[in-house]
Design a protein around this ligand. Structure first.
Ligand SMILES: *Cc1c(COP(=O)(O)O)cnc(C)c1O
Length: 410
């Protein structure tokens, strides 16, 4: 049986333990929502301050050159690329995940003329489905989004499909797709494969190049800790870049933006996927946040994440048998870095937890979601979080009426 002493022992032996000092976290808080908004790295705060106090206020417009602002999308993109198994020049940090989905789905459909389907699963993150719907409505010509249940995806891939668009880890239950197998399956049918890495990049090892993935997008503000609204990223395999185009053909993706010529000509390589001026305060924050990963192996992160998730599940089932339904896959190899529990009163239970300093979130109507971020979460905190949940359940303290009040953001 698990003991707190055993978890403390794991903390003492943890090769990642020292990284926590690189983050600012409020005292008395156990943060299990880094899969929604990553914690703030000290380096990110310092870098934003320096950008305000020097690069913007003093160096002014010169900073586009002197502080290297103009190349940040490519530089930060490559830093992310190294964490997701991409080659140099295949990743760009820009825009939001939603906008990047629009760009890459448009590209995919263009690269597979005559094919009328964007195939996804009906449990995909809503924006992934909405953007595919919006693109289909825009392009017309019979282009359609088809979404099936996750278990039916492989069978639904056929010669009508232009692109298979899936989230690597399911945001609601943490289920993890087999990237290599499904990418292969898409390629066998002549379709392109687009992965949304929002809940897997920075959480587990990803090998985009080795899996021969065509296209990918992901978030900068979740496991990469870039800050609220930080730029997202997009990836295009080298072999597709010569044919790549974007419907948002803005001046930052032009061959020579500062020639200010009236006719568009795409930049070489991935840079053509840029649209407009990068959000510098956000991208410098993301750039600095990535310093935390220096010398960290994603295998170590994954090993700790698995142990943390397994410990949490074991404690919940040991202390609160029958209270929650585990909706995440039980088998660690099939789960991302989150544990999701179903309970009809998920909302008030989570509010009671948050009031006690344990921050997770709720996905309507009935899922309590707990994200595990090994860079700044200790094993002892896993015990303490489960123990707080147990106190709330044992004392029924979640029944207090003020925990029923709904907020705009859940
Ligand atoms: C968080 C998340 C997004 C967010 O998209 P934004 O455009 O950044 O709001 C997209 N897709 C998935 C799978 C996500 O989990």
């Amino acid at each position: 049986m698990l003991t707190r002493e055993h978890l403390l022992q794991l903390d003492r032996q943890d090769p990642l333990a020292a990284l926590r000092d690189q983050f600012v976290l409020p005292a008395g808080t156990i943060y299990l929502d880094g899969n929604s908004l990553g914690a703030m790295p000290r380096a990110a705060a310092d870098r934003v301050r320096r950008t305000l106090d020097h690069d913007w206020s003093q160096a002014l417009v010169r900073s586009w050159n002197s502080a290297g602002w103009v190349d940040l999308p490519q530089r930060v993109g490559d830093r992310i690329g190294r964490l997701i198994g991409a080659r140099e020049g295949e990743t760009l940090a820009c825009d939001s995940t939603s906008v990047n989905l629009f760009k890459l789905l448009s590209l995919a459909v263009k690269l597979r003329p005559g094919r009328k389907l964007i195939l996804s699963d009906c449990e995909n993150f809503p924006t992934d489905l909405y953007i595919a719907e919006g693109l289909s409505a825009l392009l017309g010509g019979g282009l359609e989004l088809r979404s099936v249940s996750p278990g039916e995806i492989e069978a639904a891939i056929d010669e009508r499909v232009a692109v298979v668009s899936l989230s690597h880890v399911n945001y609601r239950n943490g289920a993890l797709y087999d990237m290599a197998a499904i990418t292969q399956r898409a390629h066998n049918a002549g379709a392109l494969m687009l992965w949304d890495l929002a809940h897997s990049a920075g959480a587990l090892p990803i090998h985009l190049a080795a899996c021969d993935v065509d296209l990918a997008v992901g978030c900068g503000y979740k496991y990469f800790n870039g800050g609220p609204g930080a730029p997202a990223f997009l990836y295009i395999a080298q072999r597709l870049q010569a044919q790549a185009s974007t419907p948002l053909s803005g001046w930052f993706g032009h061959q020579r933006p500062f020639d200010f010529v009236p006719v568009y000509a795409p930049a070489a390589g991935i840079s053509r996927m840029l649209a407009g001026t990068p959000a510098i305060l956000s991208i410098v924050s993301l750039d600095a946040a990535l310093d935390v990963w220096t010398g960290v192996s994603m295998e170590q992160v994954r090993a700790k994440s698995i142990l943390q998730c397994e410990s949490f599940v074991a404690l919940v089932e040991q202390w609160m048998p029958g209270v929650f339904e585990l909706v995440s896959p039980r088998e660690s190899a099939k789960r991302g870095s989150q544990v999701c529990l179903r309970h009809a009163e998920a909302w008030p239970i989570m509010q009671a937890l948050i009031a006690r300093g344990v921050i997770g979130d709720v996905r309507a109507p009935d899922i309590l979601r707990f994200g595990f971020t090994p860079l700044y979460l200790s094993y002892a905190e896993v015990w303490d979080a489960a123990s707080t949940l147990r106190e709330i359940i044992d004392a029924d303290s979640w029944r207090q009426p003020h925990y029923q009040i709904r907020a705009k953001v859940t």
